[in-house]
Design a binder for this molecule. Structure first.
Ligand SMILES: C[S@@+](CC[C@H](N)C(=O)[O-])C[C@H]1O[C@@H](n2cnc3c(N)ncnc32)[C@H](O)[C@@H]1O
Length: 235
């Protein structure tokens, strides 16, 4: 039986509060073909100072730090940043992690050559179903404030897991994508399939995070198709 997730807000809040290690195990299997890694590498080459907003367990921060960037990761969930700290321990570059909200970044104006928010802002549609646009605008204003004029702003978010073509997973996320584009972000599409260690792990983790256990059991494969949007804008 697949897990039935009736309250997505509560579901994700609980994962970010208390299940960061399982989250890290899941995202470590993502981006099987390296398309996201290539985009990050290109971003790293264009920047020195980078803010990672909603840094989570640090998968973006780690790559950027290892590429030589000075990284400041911010997340509201202390448990996620604890794992990020462990993941960043092997990076000899400069990094800082701070528990804070994306709508009130503890970073001075124009500090960053680039700012990136990966799989974060879409949550506003669940956290604030009525007022997500104004919460998103607050977060985008903060991203804009901390990025230098001429610097790069990037939003990364889902275009579907276990699907055959890219698209907004639900209506609210479709409105969110259009909101980003109206703000001046340009979208490109990445293929970010998961390659788990086994079909059993794919069933376990897809069920745990997405409630996609039935799909994973039917497909019984360690490889899971996924699309991701990369929205970029010059400050
Ligand atoms: C899906 S995870 C993405 C983590 C990381 N960026 C990655 O690429 O794996 C979403 C993260 O956004 C954080 N988050 C959600 N809303 C936030 C907010 N308003 N301010 C700061 N962090 C937030 C959560 O705590 C969680 O760590």
């Amino acid at each position: 039986m697949a897990r039935i997730i009736s309250d997505w807000k509560q579901h994700f809040a609980e994962i970010y509060r208390a299940e960061a290690r399982t989250y890290q195990r899941m995202v470590a299997a993502e981006d099987a073909h390296g398309e996201l890694a290539d985009r990050l590498s290109d971003l790293a080459d264009r920047a020195t100072t980078i803010v990672d907003i909603g840094a989570g367990t640090g998968r973006l921060s780690v790559q950027l730090c290892k590429a030589g960037n000075q990284v400041h990761g911010v997340d509201q969930a202390a448990g996620m940043l604890e794992v990020a700290g462990e993941e960043l321990a092997g990076c000899t570059g400069t990094w800082t992690l701070t528990v804070a909200d994306a709508r009130q970044l503890p970073i001075e104006d124009d500090w960053a050559d680039a700012a990136i928010a990966g799989w974060v802002y879409g949550h506003f549609t669940e956290w604030h179903p009525e007022g997500w646009r104004s919460e998103l605008d607050r977060a985008l204003a903060e991203m804009d404030r901390v990025t230098k004029p001429g610097g790069t702003m990037v939003v990364v978010d889902t275009l579907g897991t276990a699907v055959n073509r890219p698209g907004a997973p639900n209506e609210a996320l479709g409105h969110y994508h259009r909101h980003l584009e109206a703000f001046g972000f340009n979208r490109s599409v990445l293929r970010t399939d998961y390659r788990f260690s086994s079909a059993e792990e794919s069933i376990e983790l897809l069920d745990w995070f997405f409630g996609l256990g039935d799909w994973a059991r039917d497909h019984n494969s360690a490889l899971v198709p996924e699309y991701t949007g990369w929205w970029e804008r010059v400050r």
